[in-house]
Design a binder for this molecule. Sequence first.
Ligand code: AP5
Ligand code: MG
Length: 230
Amino acid sequence: MTYFSLAQKDICEYSETLNFQRDKERKVKLILMGAPGAGKGTHAKEISKKYTIPHISTGDILREEVRKDSGLGKKAKSYMDSGKLLPDDVIIEIIKKRLQEDDCKKGYLFDGFPRTIHQAELLDEVSVPDAVIYLKCPDDLIIKRLTGRRIGKNGRIYNVYFDPPPEGMEVYQRDDDNEETIRKRLQVFYDTFSPIMDFYKKKGIFHELRGDEEKEVVIGKIFTLLDGLK
Ligand code: AP5
Ligand code: MG
């Protein structure tokens, strides 16, 4: 190897280290939106890792409460099983508490929040996001993705059609991933989405991406978008 190619390699490695450090140090306040099954949870895990910001999924928080059989969990279960949204005041309380935790000093990535215009307005009073990414996905693909979704014990999201779990691995299926509830969740999404989209469009922070492409393509586009943010 010549001196020149060695130096070039060193420069590349140094620049990669700088990029890595810059990603780690950036404060990113982000919202990932999309219909059920658009890929919010799947991509949120990658974004959270790259920018070292907490992935805050109101759905995951509520499912954990259901699992613990807490007061909130008991209340949440009936809403979730029927595909309806929990009352805004319950959700806002959860978010305000979560934002006070130390890890949110570096920013945050909301997945599944805000879900109503009221939630979006209340978030604005506490913290203004830098960017909102909307993953657009057709309904027929959503039904297939959600009926095929399986979740591993460690939270890893699989799919029997697109990304099957390893042979013999113990996985579970969400109670709301049946076709009837999926259709209800979709309806709720379409009933509430437009005012939220308009709210963030007016602020100039709304970005729409295709959520129906290969996972690697979608996450690549998300990273390009986020890296381009000032
Ligand atoms: P929540 O948990 O937020 O569910 P959701 O919005 O219905 O969204 P999902 O988690 O089903 O979909 P996802 O977009 O995360 O998809 P995923 O990445 O897993 O909410 C559940 C309930 O909680 C609500 O109904 C409500 O009752 C309550 N709730 C929560 N937040 C609330 C709030 N703010 N206000 C009021 N109530 C609230 O992907 C799906 C599948 O597709 C996976 O199998 C994955 O492997 C696959 N997949 C994803 N992307 C790709 C790809 N590009 N290619 C191939 N396969 C893919
Ligand atoms: Mg999810």
